[in-house]
Design a protein around this ligand. Structure first.
Ligand code: HEM
Length: 407
């Protein structure tokens, strides 16, 4: 059967398949599955927004936007148009009802066309609102969640301003680069003149393909990334660490974004032993340096043959581990990126770190502070972007993105 964007029937409930087929839940939390990669669609409507606990897709387009108008009605109109288009594209159809190749010859089509004949590729579009949207412009000040502010500056941050703290963001993920690009492009087109992109970053993860062979995807340092992640199949964990349970953000979550540029050349000259010490895990299997296999619990007291701690106290894993943060966990959903070369022909690549958590102050900030102050990894990265967004709960048919702000 040919699965094209017009004829494909979404596989309802596809993103829950991990538990059903017995894939380890830690892997299910961060990865996609062969059965889902390629054609299937992820439901747009639901209690939670898609693209958060959805098994990670292969591709990302992350766009930060500022609102150009001060006309609240105009903003509302675009958010409604966005919602309709996003719901349509999630099903693998054109962004608008007329389509890319129909309608009046004199008028521009309401879809750009590059995803015609491609499957839905598990495309998801997730929206989040930055602290600045709650200023005086639109009357949203009373809706600002308590304590929701820009992330603090952390040690060694070297931020490039245009990447930070925009009014809102859309995270598009899909298993196909062209499908993901099509979605963000059409959303940008629809909002033209009202909401403008200030930053656009593409990314890749290899997650769906890695998990097809039951592997955790790897970052550009070559290490498995996502092993000890929050378990999205565990109801208690998600209620405790992920979903907000008060006010209009109930069933929403807070996103932290940190853009890490890698010093690839320095990393590639470091020895295997050094690399493994940085993370506290082996490079091949991803096992803790205290022994065992990938999913073994680390033993932070274990000593190596030289009588030193097997997992160094300033290794990434030791500093980030929940046992060091009162049990706090976060859901990591990071994508690798590559932007060609910089001005002196070095590879410009890194990690767009994205995490979701119920409470930034209690979960993300203390972990990030410990890492910024002491992480061995800091020698090989520069943080050039840092921002946070409030991602509202999912929608029911008839509702629109951000409707809670206008209530
Ligand atoms: C360049 C940026 C980063 C890289 C390359 C990176 C890489 C890794 C790797 C390889 C692991 C071990 C495997 C795993 O459990 O997934 C790990 C674990 C972890 N990372 Fe990161 N990470 C980065 C940034 C961050 C940031 C910004 C945070 C949060 C503020 C964070 C929090 C964690 C946590 C909580 C764990 C699990 C620790 C455990 O329970 O064992 N990471 N990271």
């Amino acid at each position: 059967m040919q699965l094209d964007r017009r004829s494909f029937i979404g596989l309802a409930g596809a993103f829950g398949l991990g538990a059903a087929v017995g894939v380890p839940s830690t892997l299910a939390a961060t990865s996609g599955f062969a059965a889902m990669a390629g054609g299937s669609s992820v439901p747009f409507y639901g209690k939670y927004q898609a693209g958060i606990t959805t098994p990670m897709q292969d591709r990302l387009y992350f766009a930060a936007f500022n609102v150009e108008t001060e006309d609240t009605a105009q903003l509302k109109r675009v958010l409604k148009e966005w919602t309709l288009a996003a719901e349509r594209m999630s099903r693998g159809t054109d962004a608008g009802p007329i389509g890319a190749a129909s309608g009046m010859p004199e008028a521009p089509p309401d879809d750009t066309g590059e995803a015609l004949d491609l499957p839905a590729a598990r495309v998801t579009m997730t929206i989040g609102f930055g602290p600045s949207i709650f200023d005086s412009r639109f009357g949203f000040a009373s809706r600002k969640p308590a304590g929701f502010e820009k992330l603090p500056t952390f040690a060694r941050d070297e931020l490039e301003s245009e990447q930070q703290n925009a009014d809102l963001m859309i995270q598009v993920c899909a298993d196909d680069d062209q499908v993901a690009f099509h979605a963000i492009r059409n959303l940008i087109r629809i909002a033209k003149g009202t909401i403008s992109p200030v930053w656009l970053q593409s990314g890749f993860s290899g997650a769906a393909k890695a998990s097809a062979s039951r592997h955790t995807p790897r970052n550009l340092f070559g290490f498995k990334d996502g092993t000890a992640n929050l378990n999205v199949d565990d109801f208690t964990e998600t209620q405790m660490h992920l979903w907000v349970d008060r006010g209009w953000m109930t069933n929403g979550t807070y996103m932290a974004v940190r853009n890490f540029r890698f010093d690839i050349e320095t990393w590639d000259r470091s020895s295997l032993v050094e690399q493994e010490q940085v993370f506290g895990r082996t490079k091949g299997a991803g096992a803790p340096l205290s022994g065992g296999s990938e999913f073994s619990q680390p033993d932070f007291k274990a000593k190596n043959a030289r009588g030193e701690l097997a997992i160094a106290e300033d290794s990434h894993m030791a500093l980030a581990h929940p046992s060091k943060h009162g049990g706090a966990k976060i859901l990591r959903r990071a994508f690798n990126y590559s932007n060609g070369t910089d001005r002196v022909a070095r590879i410009d690549a890194g990690l767009l770190f994205i995490s979701y958590q119920k409470d930034l102050e209690k979960q993300f900030v203390p972990i990030q502070r410990a890492l910024a102050n002491n992480d061995q990894m800091n020698e090989y990265v520069t943080v050039i972007g840092s921002s946070t967004y409030a991602c509202p709960p999912g929608l029911a048919p008839g509702e629109f993105w951000g409707h809670q702000l206008f209530a």
